[in-house]
Design a protein around this ligand. Sequence first.
Ligand code: PLP
Length: 408
Amino acid sequence: MYDVEEIRRDFPILDRRIDGKKLVYLDNAATSQKPRRVIQALTEYYEEHNANIHRGVHRLAEEATAAYEEARRKMARFLSAPDVRGLIFTRGTTEAINLVAHAWGRKFLREGDEIVLTEAEHHSNLVPWQLAARATGAKLRFIPILDDGTLDMEAAERLIGPRTRLVGCIHASNVLATINPVERLAELAHEAGALMLVDGAQSAPHLPVSVEALGCDFYACSGHKMLGPTGVGVLWGKPEVLEDMDPFLGGGEMIREVHLDHSTWNDLPYKFEAGTMNVAQAVGLGAAVDYLDELGMENVREHERRLGEYAYRRLSEIEGITLYGPSSDRTGLVSFSLPDVHPHDLSQLLDEEGVAIRSGHHCAQPLMRRLGVAATARASFYLYNTEEEVDALVGALQRAREFFGAFA
Ligand code: PLP
């Protein structure tokens, strides 16, 4: 039984009040809140097991190493990754994609090669490829989005071809709530002899994910958006692809042998984990994955799907509002704008009522241009949000509309 009130009791921060008002936290696409169990896992790690990993043979070093490697196994299981060697800890999605753009892109891309992305990418799956393209002479091509916020798959079929070396796409949009057909894109990529990279920052926290079923070669996600601590995330890659890549960062742990003039590389996944990693954060992410597993990702998805639909319907009742993205098959977030009100002013006014939403370009400036706006407001829901919180948002927006209406 999915009991949202019971779940809420696991998140201490949800009891906070903002200037005496109940906190309504609707900025989960930016970062999620953390259950007590994750906070306790961090404390316990530092109070009882802290040491550097993979190096010492003393008891604490062994315990810390075991906890870190257990977190890796949990995360691999969570993503249905067939081989734990492909599971690399990073600081988050951004670092994971930069890793691929450097370690694969700079080694394999040549002048005239093409990287196919979409118009709706977060900057973290765009800028690293701009840098890789500049360094190698490769070109970027973009799959357009249709007016309803879904991908133009006919254009995708035309764009992905013999020059394509990699297709990169957000699994779920942080602005439009679209769930992209990344399985089909992976098929198209592979038919063309290219690799498929999925930016899973907005899917791993919200949908059941199997990297095997998606058929991708790389999948990136961030721990802090899925109940885990900041500073840790994951790149999953097919081991045979990772084996062929150059290292990303050089230093301790990623080597097998070091000579003054050359080095050889450690086995996967350590080849890509240079220096002291964010050990406590990885352990905390393992605790987050336990929590999500116990709730069941199917149940999380169903809760958010219903809440997202409810929010979409309630928000569409507000006079003059524009809602972005498709009207169905969405994740649990809604981007919107009100006529004559800047989203920043709107979120400031909502903050005075304790309602935390996001406003801005959401790190997707090309997508904002495509939508013809400079910014939107965005309410993003997670497994602990309720219909009452949606009602609080709608009520606050109605009052904001009246307030700004008085000046229009
Ligand atoms: N990709 C998408 C779709 C996102 O929504 C985000 C974060 O908002 C990122 C990538 C970047 O994640 P991080 O800042 O954790 O690296």
